[in-house]
Design a protein around this ligand. Structure first.
Ligand code: TYD
Ligand code: MG
Length: 450
């Protein structure tokens, strides 16, 4: 039975209302609400009789078997590989390289598994041209160019692959719905049907969704709670580096990152990522910190430029760290180091624009600001780790041991860290000089005394 329902959906945030408003009540955006007719009947819905609740001791816990995506960096972000029957959402800006990574990966997987690549945006010929450019040689990868959901479902059922890719969710549509492809209700409806199909047939499904920085195409955002894993593909048009970052993962840890480089012949994994975000030069205004992204330690440079201001409100801008953190760090320096910064503009940029979420980068930011202000390079071959508390104390950092190990691996001579709780020192004797500090003042004295 099919019943038509009319609903009003904000194309910006996906919230639903039963009547039209000029402005969304949820996200306050203007003119974003569109009437969409949705069909309540789901084409792919089988009622299973064998689904009953069970006590824990009757549930067998078999180890998750995974297959590789063909890229070590991609596998890391997925939590160790692709889980059969799982649904992964790969989001990113148009043109960032989603189709490229997926096609390379599909080529490698298809050497061992049955793979179906559904392209709704490009023709078979276009995919073939890309395929040749990427120098792939698998002969078993199946490609299907279609935008109609029913035909896509039929094809997936008939091929029955281990891994299926939808490129992209915004380009496919369900004919029974009146709304246009890419609208929130189409995106939701199509993905939930595909997800049911994938779960019931144990097919790993990767859904590509275009997401813009300002969230203008929010359709895929509304899917995040439905899927098992959400991965963002990030980067900018200037540098060739690309980052895969897991935002949500039911089968692994989040904020895990994989780093690639976009070349003429496709994406290549970067084996030693710390090397691309650091410069190892000892110049004023630059420090190195070691941050933790997911389970991996990563060295990143922090650059500061502090200049006398010409404005009544000094300018503060950041690339790679949040502007609020910068304001907080500046306030801590003013209060606890006693330096007046209100007459200075302050610009902060991380190496390669790498986005740092780990608060233990604070100390590195503070020292680079002071180094730029004084025009004195910080201690040579050093790395700074520690979160700055509001009262000027240096707070302890997560995974300090792995961070110190990374510094040793990179040949850094000095590391400035918060007071250690355990005797970490003993393990690193002769490998690196560890300086424990408890507040910003101490760090400043130590960094600029030599
Ligand atoms: P694409 O994968 O089509 O992006 P998306 O699917 O996310 O929209 O990537 C497009 C960009 O990547 C395009 O600007 C060209 C570039 N590119 C390369 O630099 N090298 C390559 O081998 C390929 C296939 C693309
Ligand atoms: Mg594409």
């Amino acid at each position: 039975m099919s019943s038509k329902l009319s609903t009003f959906i904000c194309q910006n945030c996906g919230s639903e209302t039963s009547q039209y408003f000029g402005r969304c009540l949820n996200c306050n955006s203007w003119n974003s609400i569109v009437e969409e007719i949705k069909s309540k009947r789901s084409r792919y819905q089988e009622i299973k009789n064998n689904k009953k609740s069970k006590p824990f001791n009757e549930i067998s816990s078999k180890k998750i078997s995974r297959f590789t995506s063909g890229f070590r960096e991609f596998d890391r972000v997925l939590g160790g590989g692709i889980v059969p029957g799982s649904v992964v959402l790969l989001g990113g800006e148009p043109g960032i390289g989603k189709s490229t990574i997926v096609l390379q990966s599909a080529g490698k997987i298809s050497l061992n598994e049955k793979v179906l690549y559904i392209t709704a945006e490009e023709s078979l010929e276009q995919v073939k041209i890309r395929w040749e450019r990427l120098n792939q040689n698998s002969i078993d990868l199946k490609i299907f160019a279609e935008t109609n959901l029913s035909l896509i479902i039929e094809e997936i059922k008939s091929v029955n692959p281990s891994f299926a890719i939808i490129d992209s969710i915004q380009a496919i549509h369900n004919h029974e719905m009146q709304s246009s492809p890419g609208s929130v209700s189409q995106v939701r409806e199509c993905s939930s049907e595909l997800q049911n199909l994938a779960k019931d047939n144990n097919i790993a499904l990767l859904i590509i969704g275009h997401v813009t920085k300002d969230g203008a195409l929010a359709g895929p955002k509304t899917l995040e709670h439905l899927v098992d894993t959400v991965i963002n593909f990030e980067g900018d048009n200037i540098s060739s580096h690309r980052l895969l970052r897991s935002i949500k993962n039911r089968f692994g840890s989040t904020f895990e990152i994989g780093i690639f480089e976009m070349l003429e012949e496709g994406l290549r994994e970067i084996k030693n990522p710390s090397s691309i975000f650091t410069n190892k030069e000892n110049i004023s205004g630059v420090t190195t910190t070691i941050t933790n992204e997911g389970t991996r330690p990563l060295a990143v440079d922090i650059q500061a430029l502090v200049n006398k201001t010409f404005y009544s409100n000094p300018r503060r801008t950041t690339t790679g760290i949040s502007i609020n953190r910068l304001h907080q760090i500046l306030a801590v320096i003013e209060k606890h180091v006693g330096i007046k910064l209100s007459e200075f503009d302050c610009y902060i940029a991380t190496g390669g624009g790498f986005e740092i979420n780990d608060p233990s980068s604070d100390l590195g930011v503070a020292i680079s600001i002071l180094s730029s202000l004084k025009n004195i390079p910080p201690l040579a071959s050093s790395s700074y780790i520690g979160e700055l508390g509001l009262s000027g104390q240096v707070r302890k950092s997560n995974n300090l041991r792995t961070k110190i190990e990374e510094a040793v691996r990179l040949g850094i001579k000095n590391i400035i860290v918060p007071k250690l709780e355990e005797e970490l020192n003993i393990n690193f004797q002769n490998l690196i000089n560890i300086k424990e500090i408890s507040n910003i003042k101490e760090a400043v004295n130590y960094s600029f005394s030599k």
